[in-house]
Design a binder for this molecule. Structure first.
Ligand SMILES: [Zn+2]
Length: 131
């Protein structure tokens, strides 16, 4: 049975604690059938983290926090680079077209997650392979 985590509340707490500069980005977290466990998307109308519904059935609280923190690190990189949604979507294209680029981004995010005191989740950005 799926656990009733309040994703938005967990995310807001992580933002307040680890990324106060992202508060103004008003990131919304939404469950959506995607081919990844989780992914970030930026549109003119807002910033989102999409989470595969299978995650809810398979993750306990700490791996879940690490997953959300991972996605927040992607937004933190965008923020540090001063990117708006158009530039973020260019980056997304680059990310899906270049394995070398997405591996370098994921390595950077992995280091950020560890610095924040969470265990790196190596397989996070890969296509979903949950039960
Ligand atoms: Zn990632």
């Amino acid at each position: 049975m799926a656990i009733k985590f309040n994703y938005q509340r967990i995310l807001n707490n992580l933002i307040a604690r680890h990324f106060p500069n992202l508060l103004v980005w008003k990131i919304k977290i939404i469950e959506k059938k995607i081919e990844y466990k989780a992914m970030v998307k930026s549109y003119p109308w807002g910033n989102f983290i999409f989470v595969n519904p299978k995650v809810r059935k398979n993750y306990s609280i700490n791996p879940l926090k690490a997953l959300f923190l991972h996605e927040l690190c992607h937004f933190e990189i965008f923020r540090k680079n001063g990117w708006g949604w158009i530039r973020i979507n260019w980056d997304y294209l680059h990310y899906i077209l270049s394995k070398e680029y997405n591996e370098s981004v994921e390595a950077e995010v992995g280091k950020m997650v560890i610095k924040k005191g969470y265990k790196k989740q190596r397989d996070l950005s890969h296509k979903i392979k949950l039960r």
